[in-house]
Design a protein around this ligand. Structure first.
Ligand code: HEM
Length: 366
């Protein structure tokens, strides 16, 4: 159907089959906001999201409330299907800086990411106290969700930055066809898949005993806005593109193999190819659930396409997963793909477990 269940042990939007569209936003709490207001905000966001993901409008509605007041819902999703809308919330590192009495609740897994070789991060599109990932098969529904949550937050929190995405760049279930990213390659072939529940427990969901109990059943999200240098890439011969990735462009098969899901023979890949360096065998077994989207934000002032991959990855412990893999990839002497990429935005968030009826996001944190 068109509705993804909101309640559950885990938040929706992580192993949910990746929808086609994304609106991702991060928020900063007002400097005067207090702990009670943070809890109030999370409660209101939960109530509104429960309604929106079920295809209902927020509060007293778009046209059914007091006509003498601004409507509770902005209205642009009225009559639209939720198109499998999911809304996933995360807590940034700065939420635990002491303003809200949460310093001793910070998970050790939520350790600030190190600076990686080649990073060109811009603070205005990095970080945030809270994040919201809205995914839907209808872009208007995803944008409506972020817009209404931002409106509810007014006075307590404001949007720090946001990113629109299209064309999921990862398949997260075996039933989905592998989509292509803006470099034209299939993306998501060797991803973790939702059906592998044992692997999900091992690599994606925080487990009892991992540290902070309030995170059990949650997951850690790393977001990276990765700009692709499209024009140089488009001037690169096909064989070189395939050497750089480590897979063929047509079928997505590993170099030296014939079908997409054939086992990768790492010895046949160039030592600097992306797949060889990112592979679990090169990273002490580290695996992540990739759930990113393509973006194209028009052209820059030199007429170049401002496009790339809005990389989103869920995991149980970023220190041994994303950080390990990115350390293998980063730098001029490592991933050959780096010649065509720039990491320009970054965020790290603790996404709490799923919500039960009558509770709010992050209930166990407070
Ligand atoms: C695999 C593209 C960034 C981790 C792949 C594949 C492609 C690809 C085409 C092969 C198909 C697949 O298995 O999904 C890209 C592009 C990137 C990017 C275009 C940047 C714009 C990253 C980053 C990470 C990462 C930042 C993590 C730090 C992986 C992993 C695999 C993979 C773990 C699977 C390797 C395997 O086990 O075979 N990527 N990727 N990628 N990528 Fe990336």
């Amino acid at each position: 159907g068109d509705v993804v269940e909101f309640f559950g042990d885990h938040q929706a939007g992580i192993v949910t089959p990746a929808q086609d569209r994304l609106h991702f936003a991060t928020f900063d709490l007002s400097p005067v906001a207090k702990r009670d207001q943070l809890i109030e905000l999370l409660t209101e966001w939960t109530n509104a999201s429960l309604r929106m993901t079920a295809g209902q409008d927020v509060g007293s509605g778009s046209v059914t409330g007091d006509p003498g007041a601004p409507p509770d819902d902005t209205g642009e999703a009225l009559g639209l299907s939720p198109a499998r809308l999911t809304i996933t919330v995360g807590f940034g590192t700065t939420l635990f800086d002491g303003r809200f009495g949460l310093a001793d609740r910070r998970p050790e897994q939520l350790a600030d990411l190190p600076t990686f070789a080649g990073d060109a991060l811009r603070s205005e599109i990095s970080g945030g106290d809270l994040c919201v990932q809205a995914c839907s098969n209808d872009p208007q529904v995803a944008v409506h969700a972020i817009r209404n949550l931002a409106r509810i937050a007014r006075g307590t929190a404001s949007v720090r930055w946001s990113q629109l995405g299209f064309g999921r760049t990862s398949s997260t279930t075996t039933a989905q066809q592998t989509p292509r990213n803006m470099m034209g390659f299939k993306d998501g072939t060797a991803n973790l898949k939702a059906e592998d529940t044992d692997l999900m427990a091992e690599h994606v969901w925080a487990q009892p005993g991992d540290g902070q109990d309030w995170m059990t059943g949650g997951s850690y999200l790393v977001a990276r806005r990765i700009r692709m240098l499209i024009e140089p890439w488009d001037s690169t011969p096909l064989t070189e593109q395939e050497r750089v990735i480590g897979r063929t462009k047509g079928t997505g098969a590993p170099i030296g193999k014939s079908a997409e899901f054939d086992t990768t023979d790492l010895g046949r890949l160039d030592p600097n190819s992306h797949v060889r360096l990112a592979h679990p065998d090169n990273n002490a077994g580290a695996r992540i659930l990739r759930r990113g989207y393509s973006f194209t934000d028009g052209t820059d002032d030199l007429g170049r396409l401002d496009a790339g991959l809005f990389f989103l990855a869920y995991q149980r412990d970023p220190r041994t997963q994303f950080v390990t893999i990115q350390n293998s990839l980063a730098g001029n002497n490592n991933d050959a793909l780096n010649e065509y990429l720039q990491h320009v935005g970054s965020g790290l968030f603790a996404c709490p477990p799923g919500v039960k009826a009558g509770e709010h996001w992050g209930q166990a944190l407070f």
